[in-house]
Write a protein that binds this ligand. Structure first.
Ligand SMILES: [Zn+2]
Length: 97
């Protein structure tokens, strides 16, 4: 699954904002609480935000123009599907969500 990292001021919701719901998830690898956002109509996961963080992780497919991006970093590579190849510049650093 592809995600992208943003500062809150970089994101603008262009449609469907009234359908977005949020919940707190404290069952994370780091023990830090994150806020997960999803579409209440179809259940699609949209955003993740650290409760004490200053960035938002968005599902790439939720961002206009994502088809033209190239990956710059991989996190949770240990969870990569076996049929996917490792990205050449893969960081071995573990995510801390
Ligand atoms: Zn939806």
């Amino acid at each position: 699954m592809a995600h992208s990292y943003w500062k809150p001021k970089q994101l603008r919701i262009t449609r469907g904002e009234s359908s977005i719901r949020h919940y707190s998830d404290c069952d994370t690898q780091s023990g830090n609480t994150i806020i997960r956002s999803f579409c209440s109509n179809c259940g699609a996961s949209l955003f993740v935000k650290a409760a004490k963080g200053d960035f938002i992780i968005a599902q790439a497919s939720a961002i206009e123009g994502h088809q033209n991006w190239t990956p710059k970093k991989e996190v949770f590579g240990e969870n990569r599907a076996t049929w996917l190849k490792e990205i050449a510049f893969t960081s071995k650093k573990k995510a801390k969500l």
